[in-house]
Design a protein around this ligand. Structure first.
Ligand code: MN
Length: 201
């Protein structure tokens, strides 16, 4: 299995003015492309695991040969996280369907409270990483962060919604103002995709 860079489901400028075209282009063609390339290079050394789905490898990294484990964690995680991230956004944003709103209200009190908690968690994450809305059997809906390109799958959580808080995701437009990036991001969240993942989990 050789991984390829998936095309964005929209144009680079589709998320303007919330995320600028230049950031999207660099993020996709440089950052994401590099994760794909380095993941393929690592898996090329171990054909015996190259056919195993990436989700399965990240869910149990002990199955990955030690000499490529860090590469699969970083670049495999990077590929999976970004492939999901692009689909989590849309130019107009998509409102959350009623069953998902109900579930979020049951867990967090209200949509506004959920957004506030998520934003605080994303803002408080130190350094590079991701903020996530996740689902697991034990914890139900939860907000977590992961460092670097770690996937929630590594902790047994199914990712429903993810926000990239690496500086490369927002620095050109927002510089140090991560809070503004997060606040604006809600305008372009594709809640239809979140609902789909919620239904499948
Ligand atoms: Mn990124």
């Amino acid at each position: 299995m050789k991984y390829t860079l998936p095309p964005l489901p929209y144009a680079y400028d589709a998320l303007e003015p919330f995320i600028d075209a230049r950031t999207m282009e660099i993020h996709h063609t440089k950052h994401h492309a590099a994760y794909v390339e380095k993941l393929n290079a690592a898996l090329g050394k171990h054909p015996e695991v190259a056919e195993t789905p990436l989700e399965a490898l990240l869910s149990d990294l002990t199955k990955v040969p030690e000499d490529i484990r860090t590469a699969v964690r970083n670049h495999g995680g990077g590929h999976l996280n970004h492939s999901m991230f692009w689909t989590m956004m849309a130019s107009q944003g998509v409102l959350p369907p009623a069953p998902l709103v109900k579930a979020l209200e049951n867990t967090f009190g209200s949509m506004e409270k959920f957004k506030g908690l998520f934003a605080n968690v994303a803002l408080g994450h130190f350094g590079s990483g991701w903020a996530w809305l996740t689902l697991s059997k034990v914890e139900g809906l939860a907000i977590i962060t992961t460092p670097n390109q770690d996937s929630p799958l590594m902790q047994g959580f199914a990712p429903l919604l993810g926000l990239d808080v690496w500086e490369h995701a927002y620095y050109l437009k927002y510089q140090n103002k991560r809070a503004d990036y997060i606040e604006n991001w809600w305008n372009i969240v594709n809640w239809g995709e979140v609902e789909k993942r919620y239904g499948l989990s």
